[in-house]
Design a protein around this ligand. Sequence first.
Ligand SMILES: NC(=O)c1ccc[n+]([C@@H]2O[C@H](COP(=O)([O-])OP(=O)(O)OC[C@H]3O[C@@H](n4cnc5c(N)ncnc54)[C@H](O)[C@@H]3O)[C@@H](O)[C@H]2O)c1
Length: 275
Amino acid sequence: MADEPQKSAPLDGQIAVVTGAAQGLGRAIAERLANDGAAVVLADLQLEKTGVEAEHLRQQGLDATAAGLDVSNNAAVEDFFERLAVERKRVDILVNSAGVGQKVKAVVELSQEEWDRVLRVTLTGTFLCCRSAGAIMERQESGSIVNLASINGENPAALVAAYNAAKAGVISLTRTLAVELAAYGVRVNAVSPGPVYTDFNKSNMLQRSLSLGISEEEMIERVRAAVPLGKWGEPTDIAAAVAFLCSPDASWITGEILRVSGGMEGVSAAPPKRS
Ligand SMILES: NC(=O)c1ccc[n+]([C@@H]2O[C@H](COP(=O)([O-])OP(=O)(O)OC[C@H]3O[C@@H](n4cnc5c(N)ncnc54)[C@H](O)[C@@H]3O)[C@@H](O)[C@H]2O)c1
């Protein structure tokens, strides 16, 4: 019998960087891109954990390496991408998943430190990585960037103003960069996830349940019931959308903000008066 022709994976030979890849959505995105054929660099503040996750992927026969990176540190980001350009010769895909949630607080009680902390990582970190990788992609005249926004970026939820503003900024940055890099054949899109039960949301649910005086289980159930498709998302749901936007199937898509949320557009509930 003749050998079956080898099917090539959609991202074969591509060099991909995923920030925030030690856990949660970034971890799932890294696995998906590697399964689709990319050589993936998992970059995160948590170097040890990232190393363990990269090793798990290598044990599955995938191409994965770990790097320690603070996306909010400009010098570190520039150095990271310059070294990558030298060692790997190119950067084909950047997924910005590193981000931090906000302590659940009304604006009138929100400290400037907390505002700055959230903006520095979630918005400025995304900008710094886009700037460094974008310069490389512009030079090579190809590439794809996918930023993790949020449904909160378009429909702000109460008590997380800094996070909402950061994600609105990520959406604006994505659309700006999409037009600036279009002439170079570089595509820039964002995925806006709805609720997925990662560490990020565990902490959010706990704080929100305390602020409403209900149990954590009840809070989780309220969110589930508010999702039109009737369930929380899985990290793989988000990873599939990111992989699509990186793939040749999306070669005519740029500046798109793709909501992946089971139909949820946002949370509009007004909190009760604070005690
Ligand atoms: N989980 C959700 O429901 C949800 C919904 C909408 C948007 N998002 C967004 O998706 C992204 C991933 O969320 P997640 O749920 O996986 O969160 P997570 O908290 O589980 O993971 C975030 C990762 O980012 C890393 N990180 C934090 N600060 C960093 C820094 N300065 N430099 C490098 N890495 C840093 C953390 O170490 C962690 O590994 C975030 O941008 C988040 O805002 C998540």
